[in-house]
Design a binder for this molecule. Structure first.
Ligand code: NAP
Ligand code: MG
Length: 479
């Protein structure tokens, strides 16, 4: 338990002006959807935050038509420099309204305010700034001859980084001259709807960005719509595979950013305290709802006991609770469904023979919560070593040689990210070369930057987001 108590330090909610209900954002205006309105709640308290429209097939059709008209009449005729101005304007408004976005994100998603305030929202703005800079320089981005937009892009995003995933999707799409129909996740639609207000504030031409809220069927309507030229999806591998099947044989292009089961590999020469910080950040950041989370710790056998001891001591100090408290390290699990999944997988970990430990902290009585948990004695066949838990749960495995570490790290259907902790530069380079992961961090973890491409191998999907590479899927080239 913590050695001393902290006084509560709640961030004020007054900066957020919640409406009781929200429509869809189509052609620059909020309109009612034809489906059954649904509620978005705060997962920390189960309080209803707002009612949100559900977009039907007809609403999605209207959004795609608005995007097509905006594309042909306005956006495709505009110079890159002028498109860039809108992106810069959006980026500046996001900075100006950052606190409002951060509080709303923490309310709707359950993530700690220190993360939404210091990571999600600043990075979202940074993605708009970064892509704004490319808008008038696409011919110099080595994308191929005559790079130009596809047209109308359908984008579907998950609930773990709602605003950041929106920025990853919308900023490069607009910079390259596409127009957009985006669906946020059912449990976290509110910052996307606030972003729609930002589009109005920035005088973005109507129809360039359309936001349609709803659940899986709304996403499916985007996937199936004949007027969509390109799809960009971030979410589970299961839905990603369905999308790949649905568009097979059509002219639609797609990028899929899917799940992960990353290895965070600690060698015996690593600075252990720094590595422990990296392990904690790797799996407990954002409640472990992170596709590239370091959910499998591979630790060299000779230091395994030492690392485990220091890790548990560190986890005893993690503060779990109110997402809006500035001292909170671990917030609420995003939904009851996700909590049920975490419980089911951790139960399987125990029944398959791994040893379970959690930090024993008190949990709030309302809302969805899960204690930071560590499994030791995990073997590669355990479900908790194979399946993505997407929660604050670490599986610890050991290795003796670098070759064994590589073999174990790559023994997964996924290939999104990995971490290496060692003092030896040559080993970092050798390991990075061997690891089948789109991103490999060395002596750090979960570092993101808009200039740096991100994406997976194998069942973690295809395509890259961020950096110059992130522009590629949004353009066609050649004659
Ligand atoms: P999910 O169920 O696949 O949902 C992702 C999005 O797809 C949501 O907007 C969802 O709508 C929508 N959707 C659901 N069924 C659909 C269908 N049949 N057709 C079209 N769209 C559909 O994933 P999740 O559980 O929300 O998100 C967690 C997953 O995302 C994890 O596996 C994680 O690893 C992955 N992820 C990957 C990255 C990356 O960059 N690689 C980043 C973040 C998350 P509703 O939510 O409204 O049902
Ligand atoms: Mg919510």
């Amino acid at each position: 338990m913590p050695t001393f108590e902290y006084a509560p330090a709640p961030e004020s909610r007054s900066v957020v002006d919640l409406r009781t209900s929200y429509g869809l954002f189509i052609n620059g205006e909020f309109v009612d959807g034809g489906g059954t309105a649904f509620k978005s709640i705060s997962p920390a308290t189960e309080e209803v935050l707002a009612e949100v429209s559900e977009a039907t097939d007809a609403d999605v059709d209207a959004a795609v038509k608005a995007a097509r008209t905006a594309y042909t009449r306005v956006w495709s005729r505009m110079s890159g420099a002028d498109r860039g101005k809108y992106l810069y304007r959006i980026a500046r408004i996001l900075q100006e309204r950052a606190r409002e976005f951060a509080v709303l994100e923490s309310l709707d998603n359950g993530k700690p305010i220190k993360e939404s305030r210091d990571v999600d929202i600043p990075l979202a703005a940074a993605h708009f700034f970064y892509n704004a800079g490319w808008a008038d320089k696409l011919e110099f981005a080595s994308l191929g001859p005559n790079p130009r937009a596809h047209g109308v892009v359908g984008q579907i995003i998950p609930w773990n980084f709602p605003m950041l995933m929106l920025a990853w999707k919308i900023a490069p799409a607009l910079a390259t001259g596409n127009t957009v129909v985006l669906k946020p996740a059912e449990t976290t639609p509110l910052t996307a709807l606030l972003f729609a207000e930002v589009c109005q504030q920035a005088d973005l031409p109507p129809g360039v960005v359309n936001i349609v809220t709803g659940a899986g069927p709304t996403g499916q309507a985007i996937v199936d719509h004949a007027g969509i030229d390109k799809l960009a999806f971030t979410g589970s591998t299961g839905v990603g595979k369905m999308i790949a099947r649905a568009i097979a044989g059509t002219r639609k292009k797609a990028t899929l950013e899917l799940g992960g089961k990353a290895a965070n590999i600690v060698f015996d020469d690593a600075p252990i305290d720094q590595a422990v910080e990296g392990i904690v950040n790797g799996i407990f950041f954002n409640q472990g709802h992170v596709c590239c989370a370091g959910s499998r710790l591979l630790v060299q056998e000779s230091i395994a006991d030492e690392v485990e001891r220091r890790l548990k001591r560190r986890l005893d100090t993690l503060r779990v609770g109110d997402p809006l408290d500035k001292n909170t390290d671990v917030g609420a699990i995003n939904s009851r469904a996700q909590l049920d999944r975490i419980v089911a997988l951790t139960d399987a970990g125990e029944s398959e023979g791994a040893e379970r430990w959690d930090n024993g902290c008190e949990l709030p009585s309302k809302g969805f919560w899960f204690r930071p948990t560590v499994f030791t004695g995990v073997t590669q066949t355990h479900r908790i070593a194979q399946e993505e838990i997407f929660g604050p749960v670490l599986s610890v495995l050991t290795f003796r040689t670098p070759q064994e570490a590589v073999a174990k790290a790559n023994n997964t259907p996924y290939g999104l990210s990995a971490g290496i902790w060692t003092e030896k530069g040559s080993r970092i380079l050798w390991m990075a070369d061997q690891l089948k992961a789109g991103v490999v961090w060395a002596n750090t973890f979960n570092k993101f930057d808009p200039t740096s491409p991100f994406g997976g191998y194998k069942e973690s999907g295809y395509g890259r987001e961020g950096g110059r590479h992130g522009l590629e899927p949004y353009v066609k080239t050649g004659a």
